[in-house]
Each structure stands twice: as structure tokens, then as C-alpha cells.
Design a protein around this ligand. Sequence first.
Ligand SMILES: NC(=O)c1ccc[n+]([C@@H]2O[C@H](COP(=O)([O-])OP(=O)(O)OC[C@H]3O[C@@H](n4cnc5c(N)ncnc54)[C@H](OP(=O)(O)O)[C@@H]3O)[C@@H](O)[C@H]2O)c1
Length: 237
Amino acid sequence: MSLANSTIVILGGSSGIGLATARAAIAEGAQVTITGRSPDRLETAKAALGNRAKGVALDVLDQAGTERLFTELGRIDHVFITAGAVLFDPGLGVELDSIRPALETRFWGAFNAAKFAASKIPPGGSITFMSGAAAIRPIRGASVATASCAAVEAFARALALDLAPVRVNAVQPGLIDTPFLDTLGARRDAFIAEYAKRLPVGRPGRPEEVADAVLFLMKNGFVTGITLTIDGGGVLT
Ligand SMILES: NC(=O)c1ccc[n+]([C@@H]2O[C@H](COP(=O)([O-])OP(=O)(O)OC[C@H]3O[C@@H](n4cnc5c(N)ncnc54)[C@H](OP(=O)(O)O)[C@@H]3O)[C@@H](O)[C@H]2O)c1
């Protein structure tokens, strides 16, 4: 299935994996709408992507805004939802309100997008959710964020049945070198180096490598209900 002249929406597309996916899709002839919360980040991304990209400032948890976005767009061929908060928690003693975003952004963000996009996607089109290798190899101290990854994987399998012939999949990256890792501050480089040592490929992934996997999920009309792992062999070690 070609992406030429297709319309793609990437929720969380102004940085990292989403931005790399937008760039790769545009290179294959798609029109892309990206979203993100920060208007400045969106402007920078749009300038980098050129005139086949539109940007809309939107939080994935904004249900009314998500409905408006998909209502205003005409036909949509593929949707990719990358937004997902990763919060660290001190265990089960955590205050519920402080940890809610770790589950809600990834899960209800995915739900909102699917809810308002599904009826606009033609047979064979697709929705892709963002999971993470933590679903298989949990991150110590991030149990809720870890559970959110497993939740969207199961959601993808369930929706692959409910929304058929629209296809629904999840992508499950391992450690990918994106601005997301800047949240580690001064520990960033040491963390990446330590993590990379145990990977069979010996390095973190690049956002373009995940983008390539997402484009595969969009283009292969026989693929639905799967989780595609892109982790440099990390789940093996
Ligand atoms: N990098 C990794 O190692 C890795 C591994 C596994 C899974 N993941 C997952 O991959 C996803 C993308 O990560 P990344 O590495 O590409 O990070 P990134 O470079 O920080 O990009 C995140 C993107 O999502 C947007 N975003 C975040 N929260 C949002 C919200 N509530 N509503 C709308 N947009 C939102 C950000 O824009 P604004 O901040 O302006 O909203 C930005 O465009 C995340 O879900 C992350 O958990 C990353």
C-alpha cells in the first residue's frame, strides 16, 4: 500500500519518533498533520517538514479538541498516537492524582483518537498506538507507566477486531535516542551508554528506525492486531 497522496495524522508529532515518522511519510508523498501541546515546538517542526505538513496545538487528553481535529479533517488514511507520559513512582504508596497522567495520557489519548478517527478511515487504513519495551521488561520504579504500555497493546488487539477492516496495531520501541531522554538531565549520556552495553546491537535506537516500523504498519494491509518490537534485541537480554 503506497502512502503517496495519503493523509496521516500524528498525535505527538512535533519531536522524536513522531517527527521522524512525519518526515518519513512526507518523503513517501503523504500529507501529514502533527499535533503537540507546545505551539513553539510545533512551529519548529512544521518549518522542518515543509508545506506538506500542518500543525495543530492539542493535548491528547483534550477530548473536545480531538473531536474537532478529526471532524475538520476530511478523509484520514492513517493515525499514529505517540503521546505518552512516563512518570516514575515510588511504588504503591504514590498519590493517585500524581500518577494518573502516566496511564491516562497513553491510554485515554489512544482511546480519544480512535473514537473520533475510526469512522473517517477507509478499509485497510490504520491506527497505530505507542507502547514501549517496558511492557515486556518493566522499568523499575515506573509500574504505572509500564502498565500503560501493556494496556495500549491489548487495546490494539481488541480494536483490530472491533474496527475491522480498519487495522489497529502497536509499536513497542526499546531505548530510542530522542529529546525525551533529555528529562534524565546530566545522567542522560551515562544512562544511554550503560543501557546500550546490554543490547545485542550495542547502541540505542534512532527515531528513524521506529518511524520505519510505523510506516510498515501503515502500508502492509495484511498486518493488524500486532505489537511490533523495535528494540535492538533488548527483550532478549
Ligand atoms: N524515546 C524512547 O526511548 C522511548 C521508548 C519507548 C517508548 N517511547 C514512547 O514514545 C513516545 C514518544 O517519545 P519520543 O521519544 O519521541 O519523545 P519526544 O521526543 O519527547 O516527543 C514526544 C512528542 O509527543 C508530544 N506530546 C507529549 N505529551 C503530549 C500530550 N499530552 N498531548 C499531545 N502531544 C504530546 C510532544 O510534544 P509536546 O511536549 O509539545 O506536547 C512531542 O511532540 C512516548 O509515548 C514515549 O513513552 C519512547
